[in-house]
Design a protein around this ligand. Structure first.
Ligand SMILES: CC(C)(COP(=O)(O)OP(=O)(O)OC[C@H]1O[C@@H](n2cnc3c(N)ncnc32)[C@H](O)[C@@H]1OP(=O)(O)O)[C@@H](O)C(=O)NCCC(=O)NCCS
Length: 268
């Protein structure tokens, strides 16, 4: 690459937060052969991620210049760390947990600190805990201390520029968030999950890997939509519900209910 194009690229990157590595880290031909339309969606994400960030109170640029506390050194913590590392240019990361048995261990090369120690030197955080109530509790605790809650999306997630994403949301690799979808505080859209157009997902809900919400679905607070579940378009799911892995939900769900199976029925 010539010096001039390298300079232009660096400026574009600084200005718009574009991700060079996402586009060229693998040979283009291999990527197209192996994954069909993948290249097109990768390019799309690179361009749309900064735009969707404009719906938020922070941007990718701010993140790079600060120390970011990731709370949770379990499976979800690993997934979030991975998303930050794969993007390159990640901020300085501090990984913490309040489970003593994890202190001092390394997760993807990052040593786990005690949460109380890690809090002294950070201004922003992201709670990477899959359990909805625990994520809510910790988010509240850290927000009360005046820390800023960061949104994180994997560079290979596809997020519509018209989607509205709140603080603390995490969107994993190959997840899709459609146009005019809305994700409230601290929601997780995990690997390969689809939140289609006009859905609304209330705070601290978790859409597990490969689950699909059809268009216009409403998901209440602290709901777990299990792995691979399908929710038909327009369905209403009340607060604190659980949809079992692999279920197909055809009817609205009362708050607090647990449905499993195909078609999904209450799990008594
Ligand atoms: C629905 C769920 C919450 C039930 O958990 P639980 O209350 O511990 O239920 P149990 O394992 O005791 O099973 C109770 C009964 O429900 C059945 N069952 C449990 N999960 C089921 C599912 N997903 N689909 C169909 N039946 C299911 C069990 O076979 C059992 O039936 P039985 O009484 O006839 O033997 C759980 O099984 C589940 O699917 N969780 C989602 C997990 C997930 O996707 N996590 C994402 C992590 S990223």
């Amino acid at each position: 690459m010539s010096q001039m194009s390298s300079l232009i690229w660096r400026r574009l990157r600084r200005r718009y937060g574009l991700h060079w590595r996402a586009v060229l880290s693998r040979p283009i031909v291999t990527e197209m052969d192996a994954q069909g339309g993948e290249l097109r969606s990768t390019l799309l994400v690179c361009l749309c991620l900064p735009r969707s960030c404009r719906n938020l109170t922070h941007t990718d640029h701010v993140m790079r210049s600060e120390k970011l506390l990731i709370v949770g050194a379990g499976g979800q913590g690993k997934v979030v760390l991975d998303a930050l590392l794969v993007a390159g240019d990640s901020p300085q990361l501090v990984l913490a947990d309040d489970d003593e048995s994890k202190y001092g261990r390394a997760v993807l090369g990052h040593k786990v600190s005690a949460l109380s120690d890690a809090l002294t030197n950070v201004k922003s955080f992201h709670v990477a805990i899959g359990h909805n109530a625990a994520r809510e509790r910790l988010t509240q605790r850290l927000t009360d201390r005046g820390l800023t809650n960061r949104y994180i999306a994997h560079i290979r997630a596809s997020v519509s520029s018209s989607a509205q994403l709140s603080e603390g949301v995490f969107i994993a690799a190959h997840a899709v968030v459609g146009p005019d979808a809305r994700l409230d505080l601290g929601c997780i859209v995990n690997h390969g999950a689809v939140v289609d157009h006009d859905c609304s997902v209330a705070a601290y809900s978790h859409i597990a890997p490969n689950a699909t919400l059809g268009g216009g679905v409403h998901v209440g607070r602290r709901v777990l939509i299990g792995a691979g579940a399908n929710i038909l378009p327009g369905i209403y799911i009340g607060d604190d519900c659980v949809v079992g892995a692999g279920a197909v939900v055809l009817d609205d769900m009362e708050p607090g209910s647990v449905y499993v199976g195909v078609p999904a029925r209450p799990n008594n």
